[in-house]
Write a protein that binds this ligand. Structure first.
Ligand SMILES: Cc1ncc(COP(=O)(O)O)c(C=O)c1O
Length: 365
């Protein structure tokens, strides 16, 4: 049977039908009062979802674009960046920093684990000359399914004085994250995740401390320059042609999310992820991140049972049930598979995927 695909990956995530229909309408001109009205509402709703009083800039790019925009607007060549790496996306921060001429130092942990706040505190205490300018970290590490304690880590970074730059790509709109309250200086995310729309928009919010550093940045670049987005936003528009139909779609999903309420959104993600985790344990599967307190509610990584390959599980799920789950990345390829519970996913979807996995394993054994 066609056209009944259940996308259970950590992005892109399913898009509600009403939103797809909204997107199918012809684009409206972006230099118009009609667009500005939608854009203003989107900006207000984004501040609500990001739990910040600061502007949230919207770029026409994937999430990595916002990561690049975070680094390019802050670093000067030879600046020291400390990257807290718990998986591929944490490593991406270090690579981006190096590509902008910064010197990246990494604190790494075995994949599946999170950063120990005491280890970070110790490293920053050693930095008596305050050479470390920026610390990058990831909340929900999509490559492993582990989460960092962003609140604890950002408190330590603030006490040192460096700028904290946080990847909230698979956590904003799914798990609690409070930039203003927790002292996060820069936070980024992407549209194909908790926002329930297709890929193509990236988001970035930066506070005054970050803007002070940005003002001293010698080569902030052109397309992603924060100052241009800030200036245009005050004029109810964007510096360049925005991804109009995606913003129209976002306008609708943000209303849906507002109606649900932040507490309920976070509770839904937690209960869906826990239902999935406990059901997988019940059918005898081992989770890559065993400790529920260190697990992302956006993505769950699972070991295949002995003698069964990840590729066979994914193939049967796709061919027989039209359900898509994803493989591990890099070193974890074929060692784990990952199931997304992010965005427009319901309890029914969780029950369906667990039953399909159970049947798949029976077929393969
Ligand atoms: C945690 C995390 N950070 C960054 C990215 C990169 O986003 P994109 O693929 O949209 O560039 C992803 C994408 O999956 C992600 O999950």
């Amino acid at each position: 049977m066609n056209d009944k695909t259940l996308l259970m990956i950590p992005g892109p995530t399913p898009v509600p039908e009403s939103v797809l229909l909204e997107m199918a309408k012809p684009p409206i001109p972006h230099r118009s009062s009609e667009f500005s009205k939608i854009f203003d509402e989107v900006n207000e709703d984004l501040k609500w979802l990001f739990q910040t009083k600061n502007d949230v800039f919207i770029f026409a790019s994937s999430g990595t674009g916002a990561m690049e925009a975070a680094i390019s607007n802050l670093v000067n060549p030879e600046d020291k960046v400390l990257s807290l790496v718990i998986g591929n996306f944490g490593e991406r921060w270090a690579k981006i920093a190096e590509s902008h001429g910064a010197i990246a130092e990494r604190i790494t942990v075995p994949y599946g684990e999170a950063i120990d706040p005491d280890v970070l505190r110790k490293r920053l205490d050693e930095d008596i000359n305050k050479e470390i300018k920026i610390v990058t970290l990831t909340q929900s590490e999509t490559s492993t399914g582990a989460v960092n304690d962003v609140k604890a880590l950002c408190e330590i970074i603030r006490a040192h004085g460096a700028i904290s730059v946080v990847d909230g790509v698979t956590s904003v709109g799914a798990m609690d994250i409070r930039p203003d309250e927790w002292g996060i200086d820069v936070l980024v995310s992407g549209s194909q995740k908790g926002f329930m729309i297709p890929p193509g928009l990236a988001f970035l919010t930066a506070n005054e401390r970050a803007f002070d550093v940005h003002k001293k940045c010698k080569y902030p670049g052109f397309y992603f320059n924060w100052s241009s987005y800030k200036k245009s936003l005050a004029q109810h528009t964007t510096p360049y042609t925005p991804a109009i139909n995606l913003i129209v779609a976002l306008h609708r999903t943000l209303k849906m999310l507002r109606e649900e309420g932040l507490e309920n959104i976070f509770a839904r993600h937690k209960s869906n992820a826990m239902l999935l985790r406990n059901s997988l344990r019940e059918i005898g599967l081992k989770l890559f991140v065993e400790d529920d307190n260190k697990a992302s509610f956006a993505v769950t990584s699972v070991y295949p049972p002995d003698g069964v390959s990840v590729s066979d599980i994914r193939k049967i799920l796709k061919d027989d049930y039209d359900i898509i789950v994803t493989n591990g990345q890099n070193d974890l390829k074929d060692k784990i598979f990952r199931i997304g519970t992010l965005g427009y996913i319901s309890e029914r979807d969780i029950l369906t995927v667990v039953a399909a996995i159970e049947n798949t394993i029976k077929k393969l054994k």
